[in-house]
Ligand binder design. Structure first.
Ligand SMILES: *Cc1c(COP(=O)(O)O)cnc(C)c1O
Length: 429
């Protein structure tokens, strides 16, 4: 597969190179020059999740990996199901939270780990890479679990001290081994700034083989196309309106990519919280980024969505076509609370992110249409808020119960680049 830098069309590279690099120069992202068009989609949809995903993966990157490698990468990353649940007469939910860290990010992170280790295993010269990432919660956990004990890969995760819940922290700071976690005396923006500064240091990048694992890494998006096919296959409909709770817009980009490859979907809906850059763009025609505001659905608190340039690239600037394929809506925190209570009244418990998608979908669904929203996190991941808003008391699911009493292994980090560099260059053990 050939990809190019969205900021510099002349810069082309393979999928493997793009995965190793993470982001492109000049703040650009890598994107396929051309997406494959899948044939016999009906037959494809009748396959099970794994063989279907193997087939899709092969049509994407079959020129760079053997079929054996692709089977191995797909089956080792998709080790949990993505069930569709009927919520009400015209609305279904695709549950993407059955992975080890209870959020949809497990799909992309686990696949990326497989791809990266396969690429490294084929190098003649032994090469180690370090995944450096900042997290406000979910990404760090998914990445740490996905790369735990993967050969030739070290992981360093920075997170803001006292700004994530203890359970969230225990989910990824109790692993040890090749996973180092740094509790930063600062906020999430400070963590991101430190990570960026490391990537701006060419000698550090080459010494450690630094690469990034957030949704700018294109491998994550590829894996996310697989579950859109699964959602349509299980719903047994080719006219669904699919609603995606969005922050950095990686998830929605993957859905639009799946459609461009031939997945039958009537339309997509982008659902946001008060950080409504994209819904206001579709309303006014003006794309204006701004500082993010804090909301209940904090994984979607993004004021400058990274992946939007990929959506624009996919539509080659054809705004009219984009508008006919994509609807959008945003939801305030109060309306999100109400949506959580309303879904519960139908017998279903949603975390705040999924509740945003549920309500925006029901607002956008026209009469006679069938909707599917993506549930991106297990409600227990936000146990305290969910309990406070809905009154529903939950047991901890297995992945959280398993770490509840484990010791946190994080190293403390003052908010300085010098200290971070020193720690990264001195092996922990
Ligand atoms: C990351 C995240 C999102 C936002 O996904 P994007 O791909 O950044 O749009 C939504 N919900 C949850 C629970 C998340 O962790």
């Amino acid at each position: 597969m050939e990809l190019y830098n969205l900021r510099d069309r002349s810069q082309k590279l393979t999928f493997s190179e793009a995965v190793l690099r993470g982001g492109a120069s000049h703040g650009g992202l890598f994107f396929p020059v051309k997406l494959p068009k899948l044939e016999q989609v009906d037959a494809l949809l009748s396959l099970d999740f794994l063989p279907r995903s193997v087939h899709i993966c092969q049509s994407l990157v079959g020129d760079e990996f053997s079929i054996g490698e692709i089977e191995e990468m797909v089956t080792s990353s998709l080790t949990f199901p993505a069930p569709v649940v009927q919520i009400e007469e015209h609305i279904r939910c695709l549950e993407l939270f059955h992975g080890p860290t209870l959020a949809f990010k497990d799909f992309g992170a686990r696949f990326m780990a497989q791809v990266l280790s396969t690429i490294l295993s084929k190098r003649t010269r032994q090469q180690r890479v370090t995944i450096l990432t900042a997290t406000s919660g979910d990404t760090g956990a998914a990445v740490a679990h996905a790369f735990y004990r993967v050969p030739n890969i070290d992981v360093a995760v920075l997170y803001p001290s006292k700004r994530i819940s203890v359970l969230q922290e225990k989910l990824f700071c109790t692993l040890g081994g090749n996973i180092r976690t740094f509790e930063v005396d600062g906020n999430f923006d400070d963590c991101q700034r430190l990570v960026k500064a490391c990537f701006d240091d060419p000698s550090l990048v080459s010494t450690l083989g630094l690469t990034s694992a957030n949704s700018i890494n294109v491998s994550r998006l590829f894996a996310q196309t697989f579950y859109y096919f699964e959602g349509v296959a299980q719903s047994e409909r080719s006219d669904l309106v699919v609603c995606v709770p969005s922050g950095n817009f990686g998830n929605l980009t993957a859905g639009l990519m799946a459609r461009a490859m031939g997945l039958p979907v009537k339309a997509f809906v982008a659902a946001t919280n008060d950080n409504d850059i994209v819904p206001s763009f579709l309303r006014t025609g003006k794309y204006e980024t701004r500082d993010s505001v804090a909301t209940l659905s904090n994984a979607m608190d993004v004021g400058a969505p990274n992946n939007w340039q990929r959506v624009v690239a996919l539509y080659q600037g054809d705004e009219a076509r984009l508008r006919s394929d994509l609807r959008a809506g945003s939801l305030s925190d109060d309306a999100t609370r109400q949506a959580m209570r309303d879904v519960l009244a139908k017998g279903y418990l949603c975390d705040p992110h999924s509740a945003v998608a549920y309500r925006v979908l029901s607002d956008q669904l026209k009469s006679g249409e069938e909707g599917l929203f993506l549930s991106t996190a297990h409600p227990a991941k936000f146990k305290d808020v969910v309990q406070e808003i809905t009154g529903k008391v939950m047991d901890l699911p297995e992945p959280l119960a398993a770490v509840e009493h484990k010791a946190i292994l994080s190293e403390k980090l003052d908010n300085s680049l010098e200290s971070l560099k020193r720690l990264l260059l001195s092996p922990k053990y």
